[in-house]
Write a protein that binds this ligand. Structure first.
Ligand code: PBG
Length: 324
């Protein structure tokens, strides 16, 4: 008789035949960088996650270096917002400053971290949309040069990779052309290729102060009912020259991750977003879930589904705990 239980009998057997493992070296920890000095403020809906001013980034850099994770993805919160999100592409903006600081901080210690810069306008626009507005609508093509300028500012500051998250059509190609034209042919672009309009971004918008002042993002982010269209978005980014593709959010979209894995040979990232983190934290705090075991299970699932890189707020905790 086929007895599938034979290989599950002891922990030694189970460990020997485990097919997948969450890999700390493939985790990216998102960091919120806020203007000002001496600031380290916990995000209310994301316990354990902070907004840092540039001068205090050394604290989280130390944690990331000792955790042995791959690196970080940076989000900026500027002092002032305007109609065109100029803080996103200011050469001395909060993100370029953070990139320079982190690169120098690591270099001074003989170490390095992958520093990925998110490229979007929503944290920088007064209206909170991911592109500029024309007659109340997000103008796709007019927004592209602004994304390209932002990507270039981050590359000049020393970012290892840029990641456009606005879901504007053609944004990967626009950034690729701008980087190539300025001699940054070696800087990879990670597309937030299949990014869904999702209620799971709620806590992030509080952290990044980026909620749209009117309307929603459904005319540019994807409809969560669509799996086939997600494959079209992934293919479009690949054609535009993306080096890495992404599916976001992660947990409610593992079918998309798994299909994406089958449909592309490019590296695939998943973004385990703020609301997914907040749910686990809230239940753990209430004593309703075993946080370590749940996080291990969730992170392992991303790798099992085919992710190569996992962007997660659990990165530092998981690195400390290891598998349980
Ligand atoms: C910016 C952006 C968002 C997230 C990453 N980049 C918010 C949004 O699209 O509203 C969400 C990340 C998270 O929830 O953790 N466009």
């Amino acid at each position: 008789m086929q007895r599938l239980r034979r290989l599950r009998r002891t922990e030694c057997l189970r460990r020997a035949f485990a097919e997948t493992r969450a890999d700390v070296r493939k985790l990216i920890y998102p960091v919120f960088v806020v203007w000002g000095e001496g600031r380290k403020e916990e995000v209310g809906s994301m316990p354990g996650v902070y907004r840092y001013s540039v001068d205090r980034l050394g604290e989280v850099a130390d944690e990331m270096l000792s955790a042995g994770i791959a690196g970080t993805m940076l989000f900026g919160i500027p002092k002032e917002k305007d109609e065109t999100g100029s803080g996103a592409y200011a050469e001395d903006g909060v993100v370029p400053q953070a990139i320079r600081f982190l690169k120098a901080y690591c270099a001074a210690r003989g170490k390095d971290l992958l520093v990925i810069a998110d490229v979007c306008l929503c944290e920088y626009t007064s209206h909170g949309h991911c592109g500029i507005l024309e007659e109340g609508d997000v103008a796709n093509d007019a927004s592209l040069p602004l994304h390209a300028r932002a990507a270039l500012a981050y590359a000049r500051a020393g970012a290892d990779m840029v990641a456009p998250s606005s879901m504007m059509d053609g944004v990967v190609a626009a950034i690729r052309a701008a980087l190539d034209g300025a001699g940054y042919t070696h800087i990879p672009v990670m597309g937030y290729s299949a990014k869904f309009a999702s209620a799971f971004y709620g806590p992030f918008r509080a952290a990044a102060d980026s909620a749209p002042q009117s309307g929603d993002r459904k005319s540019y982010q994807m409809d969560f009912r669509n799996g086939r269209e997600a494959l079209r978005e992934l293919a479009a980014d690949a054609i535009e020259g993306a080096d890495v593709l992404m599916v976001k959010p992660a947990l409610a979209f593992l079918d998309v991750v798994s299909k994406a894995r089958e449909n592309t040979r490019l590296p695939l990232a998943v973004y385990n977003v703020s609301g997914e983190y907040a749910m686990v934290k809230a239940a753990a705090r209430a004593g309703w879930l075993d946080e370590r075991r749940v996080v291990t299970e969730i992170l392992t699932a991303f790798f099992r589904a085919g992710a190569d890189l996992v962007i997660t707020y659990h990165a530092l905790d998981y690195a400390k705990w290891g598998d349980v």
